[in-house]
Design a protein around this ligand. Structure first.
Ligand code: ATP
Length: 372
């Protein structure tokens, strides 16, 4: 019996998780899978009632789960970022979910912003713990610590005589990106294994090694090292070229492995190409630990409580969870049901240009599953 922690969260989170759970129940029954669920009421209401964002005890209980299914965090009643950082980021770091897995697929029947819809079926494997997100940086003023002075000196050596008084205008801020051998190697390994397992013939390694030579030079070394152990072709691409190709010829990409920040940006471009935030699923994965699955979108307070949210991103996140937990057939059945509903096109939420409600969209997928 596998154990799932469910965190519906805020805004449209509970609305889309409700539909995703219905689909999960049906598909589990069809495949004889048994899951034990525990719901965690984390989010704004819990915080306002108790003053608690995420307790040690909750972390303990979550650490006994095989996976976590999450809706969304964030609400205008609390300071922006408080719950996103305090829950989402905390969980990602606590469970060392070093892979952010983001499939970008354009399903038949889904309008894409590209003029002529091309085959779009690529998977981003985004590094989730390092790069420019490690939080090392500072705003530097003259006369601060010797460390920051040294950095300033090096950054400004071409422009300033450091002996002279610097004005306010001379403030600078810096932020450092960190790539470690172990951090890069493990996520690159995940990407190559994924490509191998799924018979996808190409891994594109994204970087900007022509400018950020130190960090992404090491990244490239790790790509060379890992790729030598796998029978999958690889290529290096600069992040700017990847952005261009994603629009001009997205069909060329299969698996892309990317450092944290470039992955953040490119996967949002990916979400647009696949028809919008409401359709995009994601997984935060630690292959040897507790992974967490969540739709890419946030709590969307503007449409919360109106029954307008598209539950497809959450449902596809459940499919990713099933696949990661080793239930590939169940995952495929759920994805196929989503696909056929999208292809038929008679049930669409407003973000896709339709009039259906969240529940109607969920019901359409569930009835398709039941017909199998
Ligand atoms: P957060 O900061 O929590 O990420 P946000 O408002 O910046 O929140 P999202 O909540 O992801 O970003 O959504 C941005 C907009 O996209 C929403 O305001 C909403 O209109 C639309 N949107 C997001 N998710 C969905 C969905 N599942 N169905 C329909 N529309 C959605």
């Amino acid at each position: 019996m596998q154990k799932i922690g469910v965190i519906p969260g805020d805004g449209i989170g509970p609305e889309v998780i409700r539909e995703a759970r219905k689909a999960l129940d049906i598909v589990s029954e069809m495949h004889g899978l048994e899951f034990e669920y525990e719901e965690f009421p984390l989010g704004t209401a819990h915080y306002l009632d108790t003053g608690e964002v995420l307790s040690e005890e909750t972390l303990q209980r979550l650490s006994k789960k095989n996976a976590i299914l999450l809706g969304a965090m964030g609400d205008p009643r609390v300071k922006p970022g408080l719950l996103e950082k305090g829950v989402l980021l905390r969980l990602r770091f606590h469970f060392d979910q070093y892979v952010n897995l983001r499939p970008v697929k354009l399903y038949e029947g889904v309008p894409s912003p590209l003029a002529d819809s091309k085959r779009i079926d690529m998977t981003f494997v985004r590094e989730n713990t390092e790069d420019f997100y490690v939080g090392i940086g500072a705003r530097v003023k003259k006369g601060l610590s010797s460390n920051s002075f040294d950095l300033k000196r090096r950054a400004y050596e071409a422009k300033f005589d450091v002996g002279v008084e610097l004005e306010d205008e001379d403030d600078l801020a810096y932020q450092m990106g960190v790539v470690s051998k172990t951090g890069a190697r493990r996520v690159i390994e995940f990407a190559f294994q994924l490509a191998e397992r799924k018979g996808l013939g190409l891994v594109t390694a994204v970087d900007k090694a022509n400018v950020l030579t130190e960090a992404y030079g090491l990244w490239r070394e790790m790509v060379e090292e890992v790729s030598a152990k796998h029978a999958v072709a690889k290529e290096f691409q600069y992040v700017d070229a990847v952005a261009l190709h994603m629009v001009r010829n997205p069909e060329r990409f299969k698996v892309l492995v990317t450092p944290n920040m470039f992955g953040d940006i490119l996967t949002d471009l990916g979400a647009a190409l696949q028809g919008g935030l409401g359709l995009a699923p994601s997984g935060n994965i630690n292959p040897a630990g507790v992974s967490m699955f969540e739709p890419v979108h946030g709590s969307a307070p503007d449409i919360a409580g109106k029954g307008m949210a598209n539950p497809i991103g959450a449902m596809l996140s459940v499919a990713l969870m099933l696949e990661t937990l080793g239930h590939e057939k169940a995952a495929t059945d759920l994805e196929e049901a989503v696909k056929s509903v999208l292809r038929r096109g008679d049930t669409r939420t407003p973000d896709m240009g339709g009039k259906s409600t969240t529940a109607q969209m969920g019901e359409a997928v569930v009835s398709d599953l039941k017909r199998k």
